[in-house]
Design a protein around this ligand. Structure first.
Ligand SMILES: [Zn+2]
Length: 252
């Protein structure tokens, strides 16, 4: 797991879980009891009330929905927005790009996560999320790009590369072994930066680093979790996380 902070939103934390924290996905083979146990463990580790965890039912779309409150069903969406700042929105991935966005509305934090895989990214899930935030009056946007398959690893057929490049110029890449590829984290960062968001990136590759679950690396079922939350949970107040100092390095 890696934990990071936001510069413009000092009360907000973001966590990226991986193999060590176990599978956080409900749709990929675990029983409801196992999923509940895994998520309760995660909440306890982070010092976040488990009822705050807010999930979506991801469908590789550009759909944006309000983050579900405790007791509400997970909406079919690939981005959720918590205008109250009281929840801890979660996105589950294993190569796709997880994006955590913090903003401000009338003096309190707004929290959002997006699932930017190839279809969602090309379909405009990040633009739709940014538009939703703008329309609500959210300012001071700041985003973290989480662990994802990198542009040197994400091999695609040449035609797919060409079509993606037409939609999102600059997304084209080549694998380290010289074949056509797409740079999804790079494209996500550009879209967010163009909207004026302050960007941080983990630069972590799920395929290259054993820390993370990777779909292409053979982890077809389990998922990494990326979540953010605001407030004064005890873990945040009393136990600054070792990853926090890395923010400055990552920006360079
Ligand atoms: Zn890579």
């Amino acid at each position: 797991m890696r934990m990071e902070r936001f510069d413009r939103h000092p009360g907000v934390r973001v966590a990226f879980t991986g193999r060590a924290e176990g599978n956080q996905a409900a749709h990929t083979g675990l029983s409801p009891r196992e999923v509940a146990a895994s998520r309760a463990g995660l909440a306890a580790t982070l010092g976040v009330g488990p009822e705050r965890l807010s999930f979506m039912h991801q469908v590789h779309s550009a759909l944006v929905a309000p983050a579900p409150a405790p007791g509400q069903a997970a909406p079919e969406a690939d981005a959720i927005v918590d205008l109250s700042g009281a929840l801890a929105p979660v996105v589950l991935t294993a190569d796709c790009v997880p994006v955590a966005i913090a903003g401000e509305l009338r003096g309190h934090s707004v929290l959002s996560v997006a699932h930017a895989g190839r279809p969602g990214l090309l379909g405009g899930v990040l633009e739709a999320t940014l538009e939703e935030l703008r329309a609500a009056g959210v300012t001071r946007l700041e985003a973290w790009i989480g662990p994802a398959v990198c542009g040197a690893c994400y091999e695609v057929p040449e035609q797919m590369r060409a079509e993606a490049e037409e939609r999102l110029p600059g997304i084209s890449s080549r694998t380290s072994w010289g074949t056509p590829a797409l740079d999804l984290p790079g494209a996500a960062a550009r879209i967010l930066a163009e909207a004026g968001a302050l960007i941080h990136a983990t630069h972590a590759c799920t395929l290259e680093e054993a820390t993370w679950f990777s779909y292409r690396g053979g982890d077809t079922a389990p998922r990494n979790a990326t979540l953010l939350w605001a407030g004064h949970d005890r873990s945040v107040q009393h136990a600054p996380q070792p990853g926090a100092e890395r923010t400055k390095e990552e920006e360079q």
